[in-house]
Design a protein around this ligand. Sequence first.
Ligand SMILES: NC(=O)c1ccc[n+]([C@@H]2O[C@H](COP(=O)([O-])OP(=O)(O)OC[C@H]3O[C@@H](n4cnc5c(N)ncnc54)[C@H](O)[C@@H]3O)[C@@H](O)[C@H]2O)c1
Length: 431
Amino acid sequence: MAKRRPAASEDIVIPGHVKDMGLVRAGRARIEWAERNMPVLRAIRARFAKERPLRGVRIAACLHVTTETANLARTLKAGGAEVYLCGSNPLSTQDDVAAALVGHYGIPTFAIKGEDHKTYYSHIVSCIEARPHVTMDDGCDLVTVLHTKKTKFLKDVFAGTEETSTGVTRLRAMAADRKLRFPVVAINDADTKHLFDNRYGTGQSTLDGVLRATNMLVAGSTVVIAGYGWCGRGLAARAKGMGATVMVTEVDPLRALEAQMDGYITCSMEEAAPKGDLFITVTGNKSVIRREHFAAMKDGAIVCNSGHFNVELDIPSLERMAVSKKVARPFVDEYRLKGGKRVFLLGEGRLINLASAEGHPAMVMDMSFANQALSVEYLRRNARKLQKNVYVVPKPIDKEVARLKLKSMGIEIDTLTAEQVKYLATWSEGT
Ligand SMILES: NC(=O)c1ccc[n+]([C@@H]2O[C@H](COP(=O)([O-])OP(=O)(O)OC[C@H]3O[C@@H](n4cnc5c(N)ncnc54)[C@H](O)[C@@H]3O)[C@@H](O)[C@H]2O)c1
């Protein structure tokens, strides 16, 4: 357990496992900074504090422990929930935020940046042993542990939410196998989530992570992006905007066609491997960059991943191919291959935007986490009517998040006139 040292007299001490309780004050300042850019969540928190719709609900949340997540946890707590938090990736925790959550906000948090595999899973177990009614996952690790190693805690759970594409894919596979034991709302599938968080959030913060780790010049370089989904589209647009030549690899013919018509060089990884200066995977798949691709790369090629798991890169093959490995600078491992060629791997292949940068800006996480908060409120009222399946966020919630976001930005839009409503409902009126 971390040494606990309250940072100020008003701070409280509650269970948790964090790196350094001396970071409470620093974490609190950053959480408050993020809060400034989360007006939708603030509005929900104000309502939750009055109505207390989550009173008596215990939530186990396995999310990236960042400033934005802290504001979500505060919102859920304001709604009356008891929240237990652990990290959803061993490298994404912000240690000052974890300290502030425990020491100031009274939210039990189990997360340490750089924790090993065993500690990572022990933190998930700590949250499960709190006997949650609701799971809130990012990548489905918590739900998987609950359904495999900790099944006795399943009986208390009435519903869950899932934040990201990869987690939703895993949950749909569980539901298809009839293994899922409670309904889960796929936050990722809300329009106000993937159209903004995945596209603009991942697009910007991934390049931010690459730049903080390497300080490379994007202009004039060739950036290879594997996957042209929501994340890949955002990333390609940002890299192009910074002056890169962008190459896209895909397995879906529609997405590949879209990438080509959006103006990118669309090809196989085999063709891209010898040309790229920077490679970024965002597919949600495994072994997208493999031995034969590493072997074909130029000396000095930089490789990283911004998809959920580091399996997108075949790191074991790279380890076997290397004659030596050293840390070139923080978050940059240099692998020297036979013949002297070097390949630089960033952030151990983990989501680079969270490993070496701060993840998505609060402005965009505002919408993702508004969906989380409102979906838990919805599940509290409606879980009994749902099957053990994966559900999309109800449309009224999605629209409400968009409405609140526009309002917070001071943007007014038109409304349908009575004539337009009638016109859209008729089939007989033509030119
Ligand atoms: N870094 C972050 O903060 C962040 C944020 C959101 C999502 N994610 C993660 O990023 C990944 C992608 O998310 P998304 O929302 O863009 O998903 P998506 O499903 O919209 O897109 C993934 C794309 O990858 C393509 N693909 C699959 N296998 C491939 C392969 N072998 N080669 C090339 N392309 C391949 C698919 O055809 C698809 O078009 C997921 O793992 C998701 O969980 C990360």
